[in-house]
Design a protein around this ligand. Sequence first.
Ligand code: ZN
Length: 95
Amino acid sequence: MSQRTPRATNAGITIGAIVAEDCGVNLLCRCGHKTSLLPAQISALAKAETRLADFKRRFKCSMCGRLGSSTEIQLKTFTVPDSLSNRRPAPRSKH
Ligand SMILES: [Zn+2]
């Protein structure tokens, strides 16, 4: 009997995969401090093969010092709106 349990995709996802999909991450601390990181900032902080879980663990709240390895800091990915993504400078002709 081989029953496969679906893996939680989020836990094993890598920084490279997130950046490739133009996703940013929000880190939300229990103290209310919130940090948003855009793909460019994320790739500057971590290697592409770094897992998201490890990235979170490295994080420390600058307000209260809580650690990312605890459950008191939550990490969520979000899709960067087109207007914020400057990977493709829209060729717009001005008059
Ligand atoms: Zn905090």
